[in-house]
Design a protein around this ligand. Structure first.
Ligand code: AN7
Length: 348
């Protein structure tokens, strides 16, 4: 039977005999070689498709550990704020562990699939006016006042669990990639990858840490402008975040690896999403496609060295948010259901 990250990386995670061994078979996601985009940009481009985790995003890696540790420490209920994916994951693992779960969402800015997930897994969903940053502030207050275990990335176990993705990449490649592109919202995941690579280097499993390229949406790019933003805006709602909790850690991760923070426009993100799907057959959500937009942008500017090995983290599944691409994709061709009508279309 397949196992999850707690079993696969038990030696590198803070587990003990009282930690429940939860698993929805998270992790072990495929590293897919993009044959067409690799050729076009003259690089060796692999994507880590985190959208194939149990709830469709990378959040499951940190969540399984955070929930296991919460139960180990006697928690009865969880709380989180979310742009969507964290809430879907928290709700699923709460169900798995038999806990109640409260989620705070920015009203009107969570993709439909993610909202459906939080509801179907049985979380108490509370929609607030205001953005994610406000929701997180409220969730932290509620966690203190009501003794609820907070499972946002302010919970250290979340980022520790997320390190496992960096380890899987190195285990599979037998070394680290030269460059790594990753979308940045709350800046937790990029910090987790950095910590994961540092750990593997200290164990002698890799020689070098990749250059970390953090990609943000233009309207929500506090890491690029180096100042917090009160009103973040982007079609990539997953990363519609103005005040990243892990700001300082992320700055260090990028500085120490000679990487960079780059912003891309919503148009560039949506073009990249279509390009990834139509050239290489992978449907990732807009926030994830910010990475492809970032690589493409560097390529067009002539700033992407040819021949380098690049891994790109596709953090979430495109199916979570079909409405975003459907805003600009053409409607299907509608015909009468008869042979003559079909022939007419196929002859065109
Ligand atoms: C698909 O679910 O913050 O920089 O509340 O869903 O670690 O925040 C989601 C973030 C990238 C950014 N890609 O990661 C939430 C939430 C996807 C995401 C990010 C998110 P961080």
């Amino acid at each position: 039977m397949r196992s999850g990250i707690l079993e696969n990386y038990q030696d590198l995670l803070p587990l003990n005999e009282r930690t429940p061994g939860y698993s929805l078979c998270e992790g072990s996601t495929p590293l897919v070689h993009l044959r067409n985009l690799s050729r076009e940009m003259s690089i060796d481009l692999n994507v880590k498709f985190e959208g194939l985790n149990p709830t469709g995003s990378f959040k499951d890696r940190g969540m399984v550990l955070a929930v296991a540790k919460a139960v180990e420490n006697g928690a009865r209920a969880l709380i989180c704020a979310s742009t969507g994916n964290t809430s879907a994951s928290a709700a699923a693992y709460a169900a798995h562990a038999g806990l109640n779960c409260y989620v705070l969402l920015p009203s009107g800015f969570v993709a439909k699939g993610k909202l459906a997930q939080a509801l179907i897994y049985g979380a108490k969903v509370i929609s607030i006016t205001g953005n994610f940053d406000k929701a997180l502030e409220l969730a932290r207050d509620a966690s203190r006042e009501f003794g609820l275990a907070i499972v946002n990335s302010v919970n250290p176990y979340r980022l520790i669990g997320q390190r496992t993705a960096s380890w899987e990449i190195c285990d599979e490649l037998g070394k680290s990639p030269e460059w790594l592109f990753i979308p940045v919202g709350n800046a937790g995941n990029i910090s987790a990858y950095y910590a994961g690579f540092l750990k593997y280097r200290s164990l002698g499993r890799i020689a070098r840490i990749p250059r970390l390229m953090g990609i943000q949406a233009e309207g929500a790019s506090p890491m690029v402008s180096r100042e917090m933003i009160d009103h973040p805006e982007t079609i990539a709602t997953a990363i519609r975040i103005g005040k990243p909790v892990s700001y300082t850690k992320a700055v260090k991760a990028v500085r120490n690896t000679e990487g960079a923070f780059i912003s891309v426009s919503d148009d560039e993100i949506m073009n990249a999403q279509k390009m990834l799907a139509q050239k290489d057959g992978i449907f990732a959500e807009p926030a994830s496609c910010a990475t492809i937009a970032g690589i493409w942008k560097l390529f067009l500017q002539g700033d992407l060295p040819s021949g380098i090995s690049v891994t790109c983290i596709l953090t979430g599944n495109g199916l979570k948010d079909p409405e975003a691409p459907m805003k600009y994709l053409p409607d299907p061709v509608e015909i009468e259901g008869d042979w003559m009508s079909l022939k007419e279309v196929l002859n065109k």
